[in-house]
Ligand binder design. Structure first.
Ligand code: NAP
Length: 313
């Protein structure tokens, strides 16, 4: 029996490849353009390729889109729904790892770790000086979380262990989450104005695209630090660059950028008050293994017409 045909944005890692072996035949993304496209039953999105109506129309036999990760902003969900294509993702299992990365970035930016590391390796470091590289306090400061969902709640728990006061803003107040993690609800403007650290943990949607732009930076404290572990386009990159260059805010720490990666000559890359990670939120061996297992299981279930482990539409 021929194996079901699946298109993926290859190369896939060894774990995903191993889990798919003998179960499906994987074709490269370019197969979307080829004569074989109508026979394709599954789409596996590994690194955020765009899945829009035009692409789905080239794959009339498609049953399932399985995403490696929780964020599905690169998949046009209404278009999939209209065509009866199921979309699966991997929520829940990556919350701890992503929240750990959020705290890693918060701590690194507040205490100027990346800048300090560069200095400690450089010839300029010749003697200890109590006056250099003073950072911002973390304990006893206020963290504002935009998006107190699964990941945001894990961040709040960690921040409480650092004796931080935790504020949050969602579109809907979540009293159960407030009680569980010790967070206080505020309007978007109040959270921005009162926070020493603002961490973005919301999905990228039409509503959150560009949410943190010039008017948001104007509301933040000049000592505030922005941490983005959501998606790059939630922040207006030009406004962020200007806010950091003019010291409108103190610093930023970014796991995600827009575009991603930034062009190598982008002015953000020349600033000392920004710490950047190459989208490492869920990048631990243990979490990525679980993401591989769930996303491949979603794919196989979708191909068999069974309910997915985690279904978005
Ligand atoms: P989730 O459980 O659905 O939580 C999302 C939270 O955002 C909810 O509390 C939601 O509350 C809030 N929200 C949605 N729209 C909002 C808006 N316009 N303004 C304010 N709050 C809003 O999602 P999750 O699993 O925590 O994941 C969140 C996102 O993190 C993902 O979509 C993904 O893009 C990103 N992520 C990044 C990495 C990484 O590697 N950096 C890893 C995993 C996930 P309301 O609905 O009440 O507004």
């Amino acid at each position: 029996m021929p194996l079901p045909l699946v298109i993926a944005d290859t190369p896939l890692d060894a774990t995903v490849t191993g889990l798919m072996a003998g179960q499906v035949e994987v074709l490269p993304w370019s197969a979307v353009e080829e004569a074989i496209a109508p026979q394709v039953l599954g789409l596996y999105t590994y690194g955020h390729p765009l899945v829009d109506a035009a692409l789905l129309d080239r794959l009339p036999g498609l049953k399932v889109v399985s995403n490696y990760g929780v964020g599905v902003d690169h998949i046009r969900l209404p278009a999939a729904k209209e065509r009866g294509v199921r979309v699966g993702n991997t929520p829940g299992i990556l919350d701890g790892a992503t929240a750990d990365m959020g705290m890693t970035l918060l701590l690194a930016a507040g205490r100027r770790l990346a800048e300090g590391d560069r200095y400690a390796r450089s010839p300029a470091f010749t003697r200890y000086d109590p006056g250099y590289m003073l950072g911002r306090e973390i304990h006893s400061s206020t963290l504002g979380i935009i998006g107190l969902g699964r990941i945001g709640q894990q961040v709040a728990k960690r921040a409480r262990a650092f004796d931080m006061r935790v504020l949050y803003h969602n579109r809907r107040r979540n009293e159960a989450a407030e009680k569980a993690v010790g967070a206080t609800y505020g309007s978007f403007d109040d959270v921005l104005a009162q926070s020493d650290y603002v961490m973005l943990c919301c999905p990228l949607t039409d509503e959150t695209r560009g949410l943190i732009g010039a008017s948001a930076f104007a509301k933040m404290k000049p000592t505030a630090i922005l941490v983005n572990i959501a998606r790059g386009p939630v922040v207006d990159t030009a406004a962020l660059t200007a806010a950091l260059q003019t010291r409108r805010i103190y610093a930023a720490a970014l796991d995600v950028t827009d575009p991603e990666p930034l062009p190598r000559d982008h002015p953000l890359l020349r600033l000392d008050n920004v710490t950047i990670a190459p989208h490492l939120g869920s990048a631990t061996e243990q979490t990525r293994r679980q993401m591989a297992e769930i996303s491949v299981e979603n794919l196989l279930r979708g191909l068999r017409g069974q309910e997915l482990l985690h279904r978005v539409v």
